[in-house]
Design a protein around this ligand. Sequence first.
Ligand code: ATP
Ligand code: MG
Length: 491
Amino acid sequence: MSMIRVENLTFSYPSGSDNIFENVNFQIDTDWKLGFIGRNGRGKTTFLNLLLGKYEYYGKIQSSVQFDYFPYPVRDKSRLTADVFKEVCPQAEEWELLRELSYLEVCEDVLGRPFFTLSNGEQTKVLLAALFLNEGHFLLIDEPTNHLDRKARETVSAYLKRKKGFILVSHDRCFLDGCVDHILSINRSNIEVQRGNFSAWFTNFQRQQEFELAQNAKLKKSIDNMQKAAKRTSVWSDRVEASKYGSGPVDRGYIGHKSAKMMKRAKSIEVRQQRAMEEKSHLLKNLETVEDLKIKPLPYFTDTLASFSYVVPMFDGNEVCQPVSFEVKRGERIALDGKNGSGKTSLLKLLMGQSIEYRGAFSLGSRLIVSYVPQDTSNLKGFLSDFAEMNQIDESLFKAILRKMDFTRTQFAKKMEDFSSGQKKKVLIAKSLCEQAHLYVWDEPLNYIDIYSRMQIENLINEFSPTMIFVEHDLAFRNAVATKVIQIHKK
Ligand SMILES: Nc1ncnc2c1ncn2[C@@H]1O[C@H](COP(=O)(O)OP(=O)(O)OP(=O)(O)O)[C@@H](O)[C@H]1O
Ligand SMILES: [Mg+2]
């Protein structure tokens, strides 16, 4: 067991105006299975890069372990998987490789195939296994779930549970719960370490927020009362002061004394008020405000928006899955569930009117307006305002939605290529929420999105009931919003 100690860490990107970390202090044990959480753009990936020594910073990071990062950049993907293994973990014995692959339910014949021919999920598993075979290294695992289907997430989560000595960044609640024993959270104003899994952390955090909210309400009430009292006192003291110069014989000395006393009282109320305000600013420091999102779906004039009858998408003349039959009805939220590579994105592309090769019968309602969130964010470049204009969406509405999803105003001045992964995905979701459509087609919308916004989107869907069809491997999300699940079986 050894410790990683972080002392007075302060960091900002050379091109950024904001400090990502400011005088941060905490320590973690290298034996832990540590879940690392926090809203998008709070600096999780940045912190992992600081551990790796990629950037200069102020303060101290002390540790005696060597860090490895996932996703590991494989230089030449045309090499055989066995050679990639040797590159990542030269010391490992073959039997160890085979053992890890069997834990991860990967067939050992992948070793003899070029690495690029492995599915994204298989590549993730192989690299994780290889990295864990480097003894004594401490693993920094940054969002491994994004290419994993639901079953693969279960397998990898169970695999990580057997291991120790890693930091895992993930926004998938069930995945985290399956494998971590401590949580490191970047909150609004501090960084904290807690024992337990994600659900335990979340229950505590909510309790703390409720407590802070109640304290805040009490303080607000007492400030209101003090303000009223101060106003009354100042009106009285003005009146008394004015009566000093009234007509008739009066004791000016007595009245002057009385008015001075009242002024003093008003002053002391003001001081108390100031103190109460200060106390208030210490509270609510970590409160995550999650404002409600809105969407304006267009009503479609018939009950059925689209229908699939024995549809099979094809690749190079090969069928990719067993025939799929279902209808998309008004108000339904349909989840497509299936393994990586089973043709889910191809089915969604049919709904987008894109030409893909398929067999079977497919029909789409006439003049159907569809809003689409694609899986990939790599095309996002430049400023948000130009993006809004190019996509003909209302810029102020677009930015208001992003603010609700925890974007700060400083973020609007940055170019999208400098956004964190989750911030990029939020851009695509906000665009879709700005669009009035009959049908919302979302392809893995939650990849990289933080947990609060996942819940925010769940609430939105349940409140406005847009007609939707989506692919999403986050089980908690699917359970919360889907009205129907269509299973796609690989051929
Ligand atoms: N190369 C860069 N140059 C300038 N700013 C950057 C750069 N990379 C990230 N940032 C900014 O630093 C902040 C933290 O980004 P980081 O990628 O560390 O967040 P994160 O917590 O990993 O988010 P996510 O959950 O979305 O992955 C963000 O505001 C982002 O815009
Ligand atoms: Mg990140």
